[in-house]
Design a protein around this ligand. Structure first.
Ligand code: R5P
Length: 291
């Protein structure tokens, strides 16, 4: 049985359809004091259960909902509980960069295990360290890769592409893989972040001939949009043609849309790991394959 939180319905429907499995949407509401209430509506006894729960928007609330869904499935005697986190929040803090910091990725894993989760499935988790922290809590962890889905979606989403662009080196492997699928060149930016101020500086690597070229940024996520906006402004300054962005998780926080469009990006697409107006392609098949 597939159990979906409210903001993963689109993806959960698609996964259920591919697996030929039953989808059950639990009752989730908020008490007057702000606490979450969760009740599974269908019996799970003896059944393998897949809880599909994207931890965005409002990651704290989504995380507690997910924990409560796990606990309810365990109490209902589910045969096994797999938790799919299409967007794995709290993966940014994957190591203690400064003295006194927590490692939130591990905390999410420990909490899920304590609530009854067996296998945990993420999609393009923010970093290998975050996955390591998750795996360190015991049980199996799978990180679904979106590269093939992006490669297949780009032509229909943005049309002609001359360059795939990695906005930083963390995602260069993915940009290279998508470029290979599309049979085009890749270029990249080097990004440096000051851990104390959060200030980001970015520079184009080498001297690619982007004048007049149609380019697509490929990234794991767009949050505030500042990483892509800085890189796009540089490409625009060098005379690039059409600039698009295809990411996996389009969080698009605050004024990200405005910022990206004013930097010259005129097409912004995300997948259905985060369900919003930018969800233009699906990772359902890749998740279904793992499940
Ligand atoms: C960074 O490592 C990621 O790949 C993204 O580029 C980054 O998280 C995007 O964040 P923002 O949109 O806030 O710059």
């Amino acid at each position: 049985m597939i159990i979906s939180n409210a903001n993963s319905r689109l993806l959960s429907d698609r996964i259920a359809h591919r697996l030929g499995d039953e989808l059950s949407v639990p009752e989730i509401r908020t008490f007057a004091d702000g606490e979450n209430y969760v009740r599974l509506k269908k019996p799970v006894s003896g059944k393998p259960v897949f809880i599909i729960s994207s931890l965005f928007p409002d990651p704290d609330r989504r995380l507690v909902e997910t924990l409560l869904m796990c606990d309810a499935a365990r109490r209902g005697d589910a045969k096994e509980i797999s938790v799919v986190l299409p967007y794995f929040a709290y993966a940014r803090q994957d190591r203690a960069a400064l003295e006194g910091e927590a490692i939130s990725a591990g905390v999410v894993g420990s909490a899920l295990r304590a609530a009854g989760a067996g296998r945990i499935v993420t999609v393009e988790a923010h970093s290998g360290l975050a996955l390591k922290a998750l795996a360190g809590t015991g049980g199996k962890v799978y990180d679904v890769k979106a590269t093939d889905a992006i490669g297949a979606a780009v032509p229909a989403l943005v049309g002609k592409v001359d360059f795939v662009v990695a906005p930083d080196h963390g995602n260069l492997y993915q940009a290279e893989a998508v470029a290979k699928i599309l049979g085009v060149d890749v270029c990249s930016f080097s990004k440096k972040r000051d851990h104390r101020t959060g200030e980001i500086s970015t520079a184009l690597d080498g001297n690619p001939s982007v004048r007049g070229a149609d380019v697509v940024f490929v990234d794991d996520m767009i949050s505030t949009g500042s990483t892509l906006a800085k890189a796009a402004a540089i490409l625009r300054g060098r005379g690039a043609g059409k600039i698009s962005a295809v990411c996996v998780h389009a969080l698009m926080v605050g004024k990200a849309d405005e910022l990206l469009r004013s930097s010259g990006i005129d097409r912004i697409c995300g997948s259905d790991t985060v369900q919003n107006a930018y969800s233009e392609y699906s990772i359902a098949q890749e998740i279904a394959d793992v499940l």
